[in-house]
Design a protein around this ligand. Structure first.
Ligand code: WTA
Length: 647
């Protein structure tokens, strides 16, 4: 069948059989050749208050980048994720919540979800929250985090979730950048048996002189510990106690922002990527269904955190739009020990598990403990995301967790892309361990060399995407120019991902990792520039350079080279204090693994730090450093090699 005679099917919610590879190929071809027709059909999976009149109007040319999907359409994300399921499925479970401490869980039906979301939305309204206002959410992995996101969506307020592992300084920067009117947080969060002081972190952030925009902070009472409230703070349960359980859903334009999510880049402050309403939800819902071959009634567990894009798209929005049962886990898969993951799977009869290679490697480090005392017979699909999965971890995940009867779905994507881009479709794609396989519908990946020449066939290069897809971020909040410069200026008229990639003889894609100064530590994205600016803010540090190095469990570890202010006595205590400084200033996830003091950094004569050299030394691979003749003082390198920490 040629694409001309092929009428594009609407892939519907209850589709029971995965596509064949032939059908995938045909549909893929149609999605590229006739995107309007393809995405028009898929747009119909949502309930629109006003139908859209145009499907795709997009431009990728620098200076004029504009991404517009489903123009003229009006819809509300919260009613698509909740209300439309109520007439027939109100009692079905929307969220299963598994607490940090074993044996505590909760089932939340679609009706309950509706009522809780509406109550909070009414509470927010009573505080003066309107369409377009920004609300920061800094929450543990509890259902209330999802209620908060959906309550914002219901009113048309734009949420910005900040990962609960971030420190006061990072919270304050984000609050200022998006000018948040409201902060929603919790007294504490619990992870791996430890309790973290979320409210105290927010208090510290809000105490900063330059944070003046926040009018109210709502605090969810997760623990039963008494805690005094400060001025302009209110308990969640007090705010909502007399609120109605219905609240009209605001009709939103397809291109109205749904959320801002901050992520690290190779330079400067984190970027607030803006995702919008219509295209994002179409893409989230379609990818969730197709990639995991999700069938109604199945229990689906994405073990990410709502503070990251994976949690947005594949814990909350995609699954709920598809009326899935989505499992939210508060804790970590290694607490109380590695058997926990299997116990959760058995207790809740999980069919689909989606996690990150770093978690898989952490489990794997304890041999087969993860497989003890559980049978995991319900599992059908195992997903992976966040970093390249090494074949060893792939096989262990497959053989031990999946008992060699599941499919491993390795999904490549980014905060910027909104949903998975290069990925197998469960039941359709023949897998190769370590490869994210083929592009999703509508996605046109290509490999280019440094000059932007497209590389054909079996090859390796930088990964670009040639045309727009509905789920992509539209801009960087408040800085469209930076958006264009970051993603649309390296190569003309295409989106640059920042990743390197190989394509094999069979057309399979293999992501090789970032080609810029972005680290991927335990699946968390960190900019070396952010860590460096935190380091040099310390009074004893004159200069810092941060690079990644291969780490068995984390994927990449953080290696720090620092030059002290002259006259500083370098001691073990000082090194410890610096480690603590970064933890507190930025986040525990940014804590340096290795700190090497040095009297100088290798620089070019124009003063640019040569990271290429530092990366090699950190990796203990310094035999071939390449050309060092352009260095201002080549002897610096010898000293650094002599004192290297990773041997
Ligand atoms: C990396 C996470 C290899 C990649 C959804 C990307 C991956 C960055 C994979 C985005 C994968 C993500 N294989 N690498 N399956 N998935 N990455 O924004 O380098 O937190 O650019 O989004 O993670 O990280 P982010």
């Amino acid at each position: 069948m040629t694409s001309k005679s092929y009428s594009i099917p609407k892939i519907n919610h209850n589709q029971s059989n995965p596509l064949t590879m032939e059908q995938y190929k045909e549909l893929y071809k149609a999605s590229i050749e006739t995107p309007d027709e393809f995405w028009d059909a898929q747009g119909q999976r949502l309930d629109w208050m006003t139908p859209y009149t145009k499907v795709k109007q997009t431009r990728f040319n620098k200076g004029n980048v504009n991404i517009d999907w489903y123009a003229g359409g009006k819809l509300n994300v919260s009613s698509n994720c909740i209300d439309r399921h109520l007439s027939q499925h109100a009692d079905e479970t929307a969220i299963i919540w598994e607490a940090d401490s074993p044996g505590h869980s909760q089932h939340i039906s679609y009706q309950q979800l509706h009522d809780e979301v509406c109550k909070l939305a009414n509470g927010l309204k009573s505080l003066g929250v309107n369409k377009g206002d920004r609300v920061v959410i800094y929450m543990p992995m509890v259902p209330e985090a999802a209620y908060a996101m959906l309550a914002c969506a219901r009113l048309g307020a734009i949420h910005s979730v900040i990962f609960a592992g971030f420190s006061p300084h990072a919270i304050a920067d984000r609050i200022i950048d998006c000018e948040a009117k409201i902060v929603i947080t919790s007294d504490i969060s619990k992870r791996g048996g430890k309790s973290l002081p979320l409210k105290a972190n927010v208090d510290e952030a809000l105490a900063r002189d330059d944070v003046t925009c926040v009018e109210q902070t709502i605090i969810f009472n997760h623990d039963d510990v008494e805690m005094p409230l400060l001025d302009k703070q209110i308990w969640w349960h007090k705010l909502t106690e007399n609120c109605a359980v219905t609240c009209p859903a605001e009709p939103m334009d397809a291109e109205d922002p749904l959320f801002i999510l901050y992520t690290s880049g190779s330079t400067g402050q984190p970027k607030g990527l803006v995702h919008t309403t219509g295209g994002y939800l179409v893409y989230a819902s379609l990818t969730h269904q197709m990639i995991f071959d999700y069938k109604p009634g199945e229990v689906y567990w994405c073990a990410a955190d709502v503070g990251w894009v994976t949690g947005h798209t594949y814990i909350v929005y995609g699954p709920l739009a598809n009326r899935a049962t989505t499992l939210m886990f508060e804790g970590v898969p290694t607490y109380p020990d590695e058997r926990r993951i299997g116990q959760i799977i058995d207790n809740h009869k999980v069919n689909i598990l989606y996690t990150a290679p770093t978690a898989i490697r952490a489990l794997m480090a304890k041999g087969n403990l993860a497989a003890q005392d559980s049978h995991r017979d319900t599992l059908r699909i195992l997903g992976s995301v966040g970093e390249p999965i090494n074949p060893e971890a792939w096989h262990w995940y497959n053989d031990v967790v999946g008992k060699s009867k599941c499919e491993i779905i390795d999904t490549w994507w980014q905060t910027e892309t909104g949903g998975a881009m290069i990925t197998p479709l469960a039941g359709t794609t023949k897998l190769k361990p370590g490869s994210a396989t083929f592009p999703f519908f509508g996605i046109q990946p290509a490999l280019v060399d440094a000059e932007g020449n497209e590389l054909e066939g079996e090859n390796e290069g930088n990964l670009i995407i040639k045309d727009s897809w509905p789920g992509q971020a539209r801009t960087i909040y408040g800085d469209h120019k930076r958006f264009e410069e970051t993603y649309f200026s390296a190569y003309e008229n295409v989106y640059f991902t920042g990743d390197g990639c190989k394509r094999d003889n069979d057309g399979y894609y293999w992501i090789t990792g970032r080609v810029d100064d972005v680290l991927n530590v335990s699946g968390h994205r960190l900019g070396t520039a952010e860590i460096e600016s935190s380091l040099v803010a310390h009074e004893k540090i004159a200069e810092a350079a941060v690079v990644g190095y291969p780490h068995d469990i984390k994927g990449q570890g953080i290696y720090v080279y620092i030059t002290p202010i002259s006259g500083t006595e370098v001691t073990e205590d000082l090194t410890k204090a610096i480690r603590e400084w970064v933890r507190h200033d930025l986040s525990p996830i940014a804590t340096p693994d290795m700190i090497q003091w040095t009297n100088g950094l290798p620089k070019t004569r124009s003063g640019k730090i040569m990271r290429r050299i530092l990366r090699k030394i950190a990796a203990n691979d310094y035999a071939q450093l390449g050309d060092t003749s352009t260095l201002a003082d080549p002897s610096v390198v010898d000293t650094i090699i002599e004192n290297r920490l990773n041997r």
